[in-house]
Design a protein around this ligand. Structure first.
Ligand SMILES: Cc1cc2nc3c(=O)[nH]c(=O)nc-3n(C[C@H](O)[C@H](O)[C@H](O)COP(=O)(O)O)c2cc1C
Length: 267
């Protein structure tokens, strides 16, 4: 995908300061005759050369991105607000039935898109589900029911999926998605990239007054269900790495929930 992105240096604007060279982790730039030169087409297209240039002399063709100048941005993220936000964020399992505005869903996906990916691969994509949530839930609930049936038939005391004991699950509608009005499935061949994107998305959702829940109980059986994969257009090398419910919370928490102290090894 990124092979179609091309980097050019405007030789008239370039002052040969070499800041782009210092930023290029692929050693793909050099200053020759006081002008920066792109040595090959083979780089991550990470855009650091573009972003650091004091002369705005670097052009990246094929990205189609909107660019934000440092001078236009108002830094609002302070450490105390971030920490308080992280403390008060909760998984949301009670939702209002108000639909989520398309602009807000787009803003959440934008937060995912802007999140770093290994080797700048940008290989994360998103499926927004607002229609057909019940069908998805039913398909996976049927898988759990089948597992329970098999476990009972074989005389095992509890059905399990991997390490998860499902024998006590109440497999009714709402069990997975809690009647949330929207889902965003984060799909990728790289689970780390997808997880990082999801965390940004969750933060954006909260900033927009929305609540989310990671539904790990959906992703594993869903990825093992060929019909479900096909209906969602999941390629063989991809997985649904994260399933996020999204909606306006119908619950307000009064305080943060205690967490264990961090396990840190200072060396
Ligand atoms: C990867 C992941 C998968 C999860 N899967 C589910 C799930 O399938 N169903 C559910 O109700 N909660 C799920 N959760 C929510 C966790 O239970 C929740 O984050 C944890 O209990 C801590 O609560 P908090 O998010 O409010 O701090 C998941 C969370 C994560 C991070």
């Amino acid at each position: 995908m990124l092979s179609s992105v091309k980097i050019y240096i405007d030789q008239d604007k370039c002052i040969g300061c070499g800041r782009c060279v210092s930023e290029c982790l692929g050693y793909n730039l050099s200053v020759q005759d006081k002008k920066a030169q792109v040595l090959s087409d083979n780089c991550l297209k990470c855009g650091h050369c573009f972003a650091v240039c004091p002369q705005n002399a670097v052009r990246m063709e094929g990205t189609g991105d909107d660019v934000l100048a440092r001078s236009e941005a108002t830094p609002t993220l302070d450490a105390t607000s971030l920490k308080n936000h992280l403390k008060l964020r909760r998984s949301i399992r009670q939702y209002q039935q108000t639909p989520v505005e398309k602009e807000k869903l787009e803003a959440i996906i934008e937060a995912g898109r802007l999140t770093p990916t290994g080797s700048n691969s940008q290989n994360v994509r998103y499926i927004v589900v607002q229609n057909g949530i019940d069908e998805l839930e039913d398909a996976v609930i049927d898988q759990y029911k089948e597992l329970q049936r098999q476990a009972e038939a074989s005389g095992m005391s509890g059905a399990s999926l991997g390490a998860i004991d499902i024998s006590r699950f109440k497999l009714d509608r709402g069990f997975l998605f809690y009647n949330a009005p929207a889902l965003i499935l984060v799909v990728s061949e790289n689970s780390t990239n997808a997880c990082l994107a999801a965390m940004s998305m969750e933060l954006m959702a909260e900033a927009l007054g929305l609540g989310t829940l990671y539904v790990g109980l959906f992703t594993r059986p869903a990825n093992q269900n060929p019909a479900l994969r096909e209906s969602l257009g999941i390629a063989p090398k991809e997985d649904i790495v994260i399933c996020l419910t999204v909606g306006y919370p119908a619950v307000q928490f009064q305080r943060s929930a205690p967490k264990l102290p961090a396990k840190v090894d200072w060396r």
